[in-house]
Structure formats: C-alpha cells, structure tokens
Design a protein around this ligand. Structure first.
Ligand SMILES: [Zn+2]
Length: 170
C-alpha cells in the first residue's frame, strides 16, 4: 500500500469523530491525529535511511500488527477508564486504531510479519493471494471513498441540483 494510507486514516477518523463529540474534540485535530496514526508505521523509513539497513522496512517493529494491537487495546482501555472525558484519550484511540489499520492494509497489499515478535521473523505473511482485488484497485477505492467523505456535501448538493432541475423539465 503506497498512497491510500492517509486517505484511509481520513475515512476512519471521519467515521469516528462524531462518537467523540461529548469530549469536545475539534474534528480537525481529531482527524489530524488519525491521519498521523495512519502513516506512523511508515516512520521506520527514517531508521531505514539513518541505519542504511538492508532490511525490508516491513521488518521493523513499527510494522508489527501485534505492536499496534497492544497499543490500540491499551488506548481503548484508557479511553474506557477516562471518566473525565478528556480529549487526549480520544486522540490516542484514533492514532493507535489507524496505526493498526495501516498494518492490516499492508498485509493485504504486501508481506507483513503478522506474528512477530513471536513467530519466525523470516516468514512474512500476506493476504494478497486471498484478496479478489489488485492492490491498485484497493488503493483507488480507498482514495475515492475518502474524496467522497471529504466533499460529500458538495457532491450531494450537485446531485440534488441535477434532481431538482430534472423535475423542472418534467
Ligand atoms: Zn506501511
């Protein structure tokens, strides 16, 4: 997965933001944290560049689904215990959730060490063989979905205008 991580982060953040209205989170900040989480696993590129490592970057711990699953459940737990209904835990939730989604999307598109650090580090796993779509279609689908959510009001407005102008013709 190359281009769809940010749009995927936008989609999940946009779908979740209403659930956190009581916590007085601003939609913009919430979505920013979500989109940051959606690309956070790829920050291992920095290590890759500094280290001049010959490893595939999916072999670093930022790409272990297990790591994100632990972070996600910790943040979910903290969110449920956070009776003050603060914003921080809402941001932590969407950040770690999108990090987890990132590793799952990478599993669909390519090889990921799904059982690391417990299983053989040299045996990456992919869902690509089981997925009916090409990676490109998946990316396109995610990007179009994000664009739709971003411009939903305008798109619906155009359709309602077309609809009402068709009524006028009749
Ligand atoms: Zn990645």
């Amino acid at each position: 997965m190359h281009f769809a991580h940010l749009p995927a982060g936008y989609i999940t953040s946009k779908l979740f933001v209403k659930k956190f209205e009581k916590r007085k989170v601003t939609a913009k900040t919430f979505i920013q944290w979500g989109m940051f989480g959606a690309i956070a696993p790829d920050l291992d590129f920095i290590y890759y560049v500094v280290d001049h490592s010959k490893h595939d970057h999916h072999q670093f711990y930022t790409h272990f689904p297990f790591v994100w699953m632990v972070l996600f459940f910790l943040s979910l737990f903290a969110l449920l215990l956070d009776f003050n209904r603060g914003r921080t835990m809402a941001f932590a939730f969407i950040f770690t959730f999108n990090g987890l989604i990132h590793t799952l999307l990478d599993t669909i598109a390519g090889y990921v060490l799904i059982f690391a650090p417990f299983a053989d580090i040299n045996k990456p796993f992919t869902l690509a063989h089981y997925f009916p779509w090409d990676e490109g279609f998946l990316e396109l689908f995610v990007i179009l979905w994000a664009l739709y959510l971003w411009k939903k009001d305008k798109i619906l407005g155009v359709f309602s205008k077309i609809g009402s102008s068709l009524n006028m013709i009749e």
